[in-house]
Design a protein around this ligand. Sequence first.
Ligand SMILES: [Zn+2]
Length: 426
Amino acid sequence: MAKYLISSLILLVIIVCVTTLNTDEDEAWAWFQEYSDAASIVENRRAKINWAYITNITDYNQQRELEYSEIRKEFTKQVAQNASTFDFNNFQNSTLKREFKRLANKGTAALSDIKFTRINKLAIGLESTYGKAKLCKTGKTELSLEPELTQMLASGRNHDDLLWIWKNWRDATGKVMREDYLEFVELQNEAARLNGYTDTGEYWRDGYSIEGYDFRADLEKLYDQLRPFYKELHTYVKSKLKAYYGADKFPDSGHIPAHLLGDMWALIWVNVEDLVLPYESSKPVNATPAIQKLTIREVFNITDEFFTSLGLETVTQEFWDNSMLEKPKDGRDVICHADALDFSDGKDFRIKQCTRLNMEDFVTVHHEMGHIQYYLQYKDLLYSFRAGANPGFHEAVGDVLALSVSTPKHLKEVGLIDSYEENYGG
Ligand SMILES: [Zn+2]
């Protein structure tokens, strides 16, 4: 049934083959709008099939994902072909020019049929390996990334235990995925070359390109500005961790061993806050005890109220009906990594998160709801415009919100801490 629906949509966007390029921009707009409606339906179907898989990793759901990717491939190819019948490089309207250039890119659909199927299998397989990985310590039950290993890394203070977790997690994921990942990168680069880029990196950077703007140089400049502060912070945290774990645990290269930063990816250092406080008097603000008295639904309600208090949108009923806000208790494998999803129908927006009741996840909930808010704000635009201004923009929106709720002032306002004292240490 779905196949017929999609096929008729594909027919809808087919324009009769023309020998010379079409220069009519009004016609281009009309086609672009038709494309938008068709793409929304294709994307809605994809999102639902993907949701079934990420919230229940089974062979059957994996197979459905693979099958649907073949249907999407045909759609992408047809769209690219139709967009290419227009003389978009000479369009006066710069928005239309940019969007047509993007649609003329076939992505991985540019690969041969065999390679396309292969790259999708690899992608799904990699995701599944990571999502299903578990560690076993003698005499103990299986340990998943969430909640067990995440929690153990955050609160553990025994060096050898932390090292065991970090190393064994890499052995159970990275090592297993290595060969497939290398092949995946190779195919991804081949697709990028078929679309006129030197490699995937250049294709990704293209998402940030604006005429007259040098993305690389700008990033380099930002990094140079930040580097002195980062170096000081790194050196300081290292000295504190050295004092706690012993200098012999630290390599001569000057790095901080990744397993000592309280996070599986050494990305968020907040969990080692107690070890690195500069002064006795500078007690960290800890809202976790109050958060633990709430339900997960209440944490999401507080977040939703935060957005409406700013005059922004409340989430839809579909959000509450369809989201997965905590790890299912029935033992099925799910991809726990927190994510916010847009189902492209203007009302179905969901979060998938194995939420824990603590300060870190309280902030993550705000971050994810930041994505949902962005989806809500652009839900009535054409499909192509329902995306971040560039590939990094969505995360920035999420983090702006996350940062603003981490302040003691806000935590007090929502009743998660009683009082706080502002001081400058010493
Ligand atoms: Zn995010």
